[in-house]
Design a protein around this ligand. Structure first.
Ligand code: GLU
Length: 451
């Protein structure tokens, strides 16, 4: 990655290198919409070999707290969105917190006073508009001309500078070349372009990203909607790379219509011009589905590392559980999991005798045959089996079926239920082998005795 970036910078020596920023106001939540804005900025910076800046717009003193900042930074790190300048990493254009940039704002404000573009009225400072339409160059919406008709406040009567002023001053001072942000800011851009001109600057190129709609209906997704916060997915053990992959497809798609993309493919293919003009619809099911794909495709060792904390959280490893056994369980479960968060229910019977039983599936099996008789036949034969291994067990079930004139399925359903309480799960014979003769026979005995 480092090499790639250096090459790209050299190739584009004539054009000023791309500098983009993600400029969140810490609210205590890291919303999916904000995360997507951060991701698009990050992708564009990495695509161009440019610089990705994290700037904290913490001018709302009542609301901004250390904790809110933590949520944001943890979320960014979790998603793998590393920044080149900003909190914790520094940079030549800091400070990167607006709350620490008061002197810079005062200096810029003075420039506006000097040129007659700022004036005081009713205790506030106002910006004098030019009266000419402002040209907003937007890669997604095309060029738009808008007339900002009225003067607007840039410093409130309590002395605090308004968003429009600080946002533009920082974009100038930090030499931002492209402003990639939510479409909800489109209506602010004519004010911003006016301010850039008043400071004698060429405005950056804008890319206003379409909104994210909630799963159903026409409303914009808000933090109250289910599945709208990044921290929720983290808590539910989603893979960050799956969430990132899903987010990148919310409003953008590579020309080849692929869906699962590695980070390097993503950065290589990402273009601002590829961002859709239409609003994107958030689909929690699709995200969960993609997460499942990622989980099932993980290299086994990696899968184990990620599954361990989930096993621990479910208290499956509280006793003395052998590492080999854990690995065998994970090996047969990986391909069947819909996500790591399923481990708690999907794998319970491997680690505890007190596992949930799906009574409905038992009723169904009972209606279709005599599962207790099949379980007893299997139990008797299983005790005698030489080696309790998958192939032998498979041969055994076949023999039993032939000898009693039954279908193998009748044995499989009855025994699977007895040992796992479920009608679905990992491959049946592998499951028996992993559980081992002792557990399997004990559970079969319990079932046969209980009825
Ligand atoms: N602090 C603004 C927000 O969170 C940033 C807007 C911008 O990116 O210009 O929406």
């Amino acid at each position: 990655m480092r090499l790639e970036r250096r090459e790209m910078t050299q190739n584009s020596a004539a054009t000023p290198s791309v500098r983009v920023r993600f400029a969140p106001s810490p609210t205590g939540f890291f919303h999916i919409g904000s995360a997507r804005t951060a991701l698009f900025n990050w992708l564009y910076a990495r695509h161009c070999g440019g610089t990705f800046i994290l700037r904290i717009e913490d001018t709302d003193k009542e609301r901004d707290t250390e904790e809110a900042l933590r949520v944001l930074i943890d979320g960014m790190r979790w998603l793998g969105l590393d920044w080149d300048e900003g909190p914790a990493v520094g940079g030549d254009f800091g400070p990167y917190f607006q709350s620490q940039r008061g002197d810079i704002y005062r200096e810029y404000l003075q420039k506006l006073h000097n040129t007659g573009r700022a004036y005081e009225k009713d205790g506030a400072v106002w910006f004098r508009v030019s009266g000419k339409p402002a040209l907003i160059r937007d890669v997604i919406r095309g060029d738009v001309s808008r007339l900002e008709e009225k003067d607007f406040v840039i410093v409130r009567s309590d002395g605090s500078p308004v968003f429009h002023l600080v946002n533009v001053v920082d974009d100038i001072a930090m030499r931002i070349t492209h402003v990639i942000r939510g479409e909800d800011h489109l209506s602010n851009s004519s004010k911003h372009v006016e301010l850039f001109h008043a400071f004698g600057q060429t405005p950056p190129i804008f890319a206003h990203i379409p909104l994210i709609l909630k799963t159903v209906g026409s409303g914009k997704m808000s933090k109250r909607d289910s599945g709208s916060l990044v921290e929720e997915y983290r808590r539910r053990h989603f893979l960050p790379e799956a969430v990132r992959n899903y987010l990148c497809l919310l409003g953008w798609s590579p020309k080849n219509d692929r869906e699962i993309l590695s980070p390097s493919e993503m950065t290589q293919l990402f273009e601002l011009s590829g961002i859709n003009h239409n609003n994107a619809r958030f689909d929690e099911k699709k995200l969960a589905h993609m997460n499942g794909e990622y989980v099932r495709r993980l290299p086994f060792d990696d899968f184990c590392c990620r599954a361990m904390p989930v096993l621990q959280e479910a208290h499956f490893l509280d006793g003395d559980v052998a590492a080999d056994y854990i690995h065998s369980v994970l090996r047969i479960c990986q391909e069947k999991l819909r996500g790591l968060e399923d481990i708690g229910t999907f794998c319970a019977y491997f680690f505890s005798e007190n596992f949930p039983r799906d009574e409905k599936s038992w009723e169904k099996i009972s209606r279709g045959g005599e599962p207790l008789a099949r379980a007893s036949e299997f139990l008797r034969a299983a005790r005698e089996l030489d080696e309790f291994a998958a192939e032998n067990l498979e041969a055994l079930v076949q023999q039993l079926a032939d000898a009693h004139g039954r279908k193998t399925g009748e044995y499989i359903h009855a025994v699977r239920y007895a040992v796992s309480g479920q009608s679905v799960g990992p491959g049946f014979y592998a499951l028996l082998q992993v559980l081992g003769r002792e557990r399997v026979c004990r559970r079969l005995e319990a079932l046969v005795k209980s009825t």
